[in-house]
Design a protein around this ligand. Sequence first.
Ligand code: SF4
Ligand code: SF4
Length: 200
Amino acid sequence: MILPKVREIKEALVSLFSAPYTTKFPAQPDTESKRYRGMPRYDKSFCVGCGACAQVCPSQAIKMSDDPMRKVRTLQVDYGSCIQCGQCQEKCITVKGIANTNFYSLAVSDVEAPEVFETIEKELVLCEGCGEIIACRDHLRWVNLRLGAKAYAHPNFLLLTQAEFADVNPSKPKESIRREDQIMTVCAKCRQRVVTADEF
Ligand code: SF4
Ligand code: SF4
C-alpha cells in the first residue's frame, strides 16, 4: 500500500481549515482588478464615428452600419465576440473614443440581452449632390480642428464651420451640379464634377 506523501496531507489539512480560494461569483459579485483589461466602452464626447475601431478589431466584434435615411452611423460592440485585446482603444484616432474598462463579467442567459452590446450612434453628413455618405459630422469637425486655417480652403469645411454659428439650409438635390455649385457639401466624386464641369 502506498502511503500518501506528508506534503499532500499537510496541504489537505491547510485547505480544509482555510477560506475558499475561489470567489462566490455569480452569487456574490467579484472584485474587478483595477488594471484588468476588460470590455471596451465608447465615450460619446470623444468618439467621432470614423470606424477605425471596427476595422482593426481582430475578432470582428465591432459592427458598423450606416442608415442614410436617418443620417445615422451605428457602431456596436458584441461582447460575446470581444476578446478584450485592446486593439480598438490603441488604434482609436482620437485616443479616447473607446477604452477598455475592467468590467469582464458576461454571465447572461440571453445572448441578445442589451448588456451584451455596447452601441454608439453618430450623425452622418451626406453629399448634397448624389446623397452618398461623406463622413460623420463629428469626424469632419475633428479634421477641421486639426487642419486649422487650412480647412477654409475646402468648401465642405467652410460650410461645416458656418453651420456651427448659423442655420445653413441644405441645397435642394439637382439633376446635375455645375461650377456655380462650388459652395455645397458634396462628396469627392461630385466635387470633381463641380470643378471640371465647365472645363469640358
Ligand atoms: S473615434 Fe475611435 S472609437 Fe470612435 S469610431 Fe473612430 S476609432 Fe472607433
Ligand atoms: S477589445 Fe479587441 S476584440 Fe474587443 S472590441 Fe476591441 S478590438 Fe475588438
